[in-house]
Structure formats: C-alpha cells, structure tokens
Write a protein that binds this ligand. Structure first.
Ligand code: URA
Length: 432
C-alpha cells in the first residue's frame, strides 16, 4: 500500500476502505507517513467529507492507537458527558452529583481549560485540597463506593488525535465535521461507559457558529456511538450568551453549589435538569424523559445532589466546609461593576468576548502549562432580552490585575443595548 495512492483516491472522491484508513493512522502515528502527506489527506477529507463506514474505521483506528480505559470493575450503569465547550459551562458539577445521588455511576475524566473555555479540573481545584490526579484504582473504588469521581486523565488515550489535532490546527482542517466527530468520539469511546451525553454548543461563544453545522455534528457523533454499540444522545444548546452568570473558576463552583441548593440561575438549572433527565431516562430509572427531568430536579430540591457533591469533594481530599459555606472561597481583591450607559434591551451578549476577557483576568490560559488564578472572573448579571436602565449593573469583574482598564473595555463591548427585544432559546433539539 502507498500513502500517495490513498491521498489520490480520497482526492478523487472515492471511498477509502478499512485497510487504507488503518494504514494511514498506524503509519502517521509511527512517523512513517510524513506530515505533508497527512496534511494532504486531511484536506481531501475536508473537501470530500467521509461516509459513515469511513468515519467508523477512522474512529476505530484512532481508538486503537493508544490505551483504552476499562471501567468493567465498576458495577451499574456508567455515564459520561461531554460538552463541545462554552463560556460558563459548569454543568458537570451539577449533573454528576444529580446522577450519582440516584446511583448512576459518574466516572468522569475531565480536562483543563484552554483559550476562552474553562475546564472542569481547574474549577474543582478552586476547592482547597481537591486532588484531580488520584490513582486509577482509587478512582474505581470511589465510584463503586459513592457513585461519583471526577479526575484528570493520565493515560495515553488516543495519541492519534493529539497528533492529528495539532496538524489540523495549522493546516486549516479543524472545521471538518467528520474530523471533529472522530476526534471527540474516539476519546469518548476509548472509555467503556454505557451512556454518553453530548452537549453540542452553538453560537458566538461556541465552536459551531450555526445550527445546521451543530445538527450535523450532533447526528454524526450519535451515529458513531451507535455503530460502536453505545447509547448516546446529543443536546444542541445555545451559546449566544454565557451559561448562568459565573465565568471563572471559584465563581463557577460557587454558582454550581448555589444551583445544587436550588438557588442558581434559571438557564443553568434548566440545562442541568434537562441533561440529567435524559440520562436518567436512558438509564431506565424513568419511563419518560419528562419523568427523568422531574426526578433530576427532585434530587436538587431534597438536597441529595448537594450532599453527593460534598461527598465527592471530601473523598478527593477537598475541604467540604467550602461546600457548606461558599463564602469561604477566596475571591479577587477588586470587584468592579460595569454599568449600562443607556436604557434599552440587551440585544446581544458576546459570550466569546466575555470568555476572552475572563481569560485576560488570569482565569484561563493561552498555553496548556500557563498558571491560572482561581479567584478571578466575571459575573454576567443580565441576559439577552432583559430591559436595563442607565446605571444598571451588566457585569461584575473580579480582578487581581494592577490595571483592569482594558478588561473593563472588553466587558463593556460585549453587551449591546438597543430597542430590539431579542430572545434566546436555550435548548434547540435533542438528537438520539
Ligand atoms: N474538540 C475536540 O476534541 N476535537 C475537535 O476536533 C474539536 C473539538
């Protein structure tokens, strides 16, 4: 087999077979296939797309390029959730405890934040003592004992994706639905969970900017999971404004705790209950999705989900007092209000702009090894469609910077006030 023949075949719009795709992935990971040849093939895929079979073989070869994680020692139904990334997205911190409080096993390996999106591990590390790198055996034991553990992932999962993603990033081939689907799903399918919940974000703060692309990505990922014999569903949700109010690590954990106390922002609560409800239904603990959602909300109202979160924090070395009393969280020294300078409706909010501004406060990182400041961030106090008067607070900036003036300008510029009362639909569609 020759890689140039494979490139030409794909360039000409023909379907690659299993052997050809395996040859490419194995050769590329080993270093036998050159970066320029892989780039050419990626570009051919970008323009010609992939059939369902090609995508299955690609994902399968990518999974086989590294370690896989066997969770069979965990008894019961094991669930994973994934979000394509948004601003203020702290759903794992609420959905996980809801599910665990019902005995559904939430064995979660999370990531760190990069660019304008936050990462669950960084958020959890705002809780003093919380360890995200516990040994795998302890992780399994904890999930068996209390149904929940949230850790970082230390194994060599899907090395093919690390190499391919880096190449896509510099060859203009990131925005390809089959390549994104294979990238995300290879990492999800390498872990032996039973149910996979996928939150596909769409809007100005998300990777997918329009609903058609989001739908296509969602249905492609669900198709892939099903081809691998797994249960998956994808919820297409809005990211044209931050989710909830809080952006930044400690602020987001506080908001998650408030939500577990049933005192959180309406949109954030709605999404958490929705995602958990769908999973509860798939786990056969409810006979309809509606009942699943009711059960999910019940676990918040009866305090069991909060208790589960506290148990998880304690089991991983975190100080549980912070969960009882979120005022213990250290927040930035300066808290600066950004106020409306005219009357009108909030016509739009630039979620991406707020995510970037929060990152400039030190809450996020540009490079994976950058240090972050857990105490900084932004509370976005208004939603699209709200009426504001001059002087109303749009956002509160939590800053440790000596000079916050440029971030204040970034935050101000993220809110557009005008005469149009727009409204945002949070959940567009669920694809099963
Ligand atoms: N997230 C991933 O993991 N991979 C992609 O290709 C895009 C987003």
């Amino acid at each position: 087999m020759h890689i140039v023949d494979i490139i030409i075949k794909k360039r000409n719009g023909l379907e690659l077979n299993k052997d050809e795709i395996e040859y490419f992935i194995n050769g590329y990971v080993k270093g036998d296939i050159e970066e320029y040849q892989a780039s050419a093939l990626l570009m051919a895929i970008y323009f010609n797309g992939m059939t369902d079979d090609e995508l299955f073989y690609l994902t399968d070869s990518m999974i086989k390029s590294g370690d896989t994680i066997d969770l069979n020692q965990i008894t019961g139904i094991k669930v994973d959730k994934h979000s394509t990334g948004g601003v203020g997205d702290k759903t794992t911190l609420v959905v996980g405890p809801i599910l665990a409080s019902l005995g559904i096993k939430f064995a979660k390996m999370s990531g760190r934040g990069l660019g304008h999106t936050g990462g669950t591990l960084d958020k959890l590390e705002s809780i003093p003592g919380y360890k995200t790198n516990i040994p795998f055996e302890d992780f399994i034991k904890q999930v068996n004992d209390i149904s929940i553990s949230i850790i970082g992932q230390s194994m060599d999962l899907v090395p093919a994706d690390k190499k391919l993603y880096a190449l896509r990033d510099v060859t203009g081939t990131v925005e390809s639905i089959p390549l994104i689907a294979a990238s995300i799903m290879s990492k999800k399918l390498a872990v032996s969970t039973d149910i996979i919940s996928l939150d596909v974000k769409v809007g100005n703060g998300a990777f997918m900017k329009n609903i058609e692309d989001a739908k296509k990505l969602a249905s492609t990922m669900v198709m892939l999971a099903n081809k691998f014999g797994r249960t998956a569903f994808a919820t297409i949700t809005n990211m044209d404004e931050p989710l909830g109010e809080a952006i930044g690590n400690s602020l987001e954990v506080i908001e998650a705790i408030n939500t577990l106390n049933d005192k959180g922002p309406k949109d954030f609560l709605e999404l958490c209950v929705d995602l958990a409800g769908e999973i509860i239904y798939d786990a056969n603990l409810a006979t309809s999705i509606e009942m699943g959602k009711e059960l999910a909300y019940e676990q918040i109202k009866n305090g069991k989900a909060l208790l589960k979160f506290k148990e998880c924090v304690k089991a991983q070395g975190g100080n549980p007092k912070y969960i009882d009393d979120p005022s213990l969280f250290k927040l930035a020294k300066k808290q600066l209000e950004v106020k409306a300078n005219k009357e009108g409706y909030i016509e739009s909010i630039n979620a991406l702009g707020l995510g970037v501004a929060s990152s400039h406060l030190g809450a996020g990182r540009e490079k994976i090894n950058d240090k972050i400041n857990h105490s900084t961030g932004i509370l976005s106090k208004v939603k699209v469609g709200d009426m504001v008067k001059v002087g109303d607070v749009l956002a509160v900036i939590y800053s440790d910077l000596n000079d916050t003036s440029s971030v204040i300008e970034e935050v101000k510029a993220s809110y557009k006030i005008g005469s149009n009362k727009n409204s945002i639909k949070l959940i567009y569609e669920v694809i099963r």
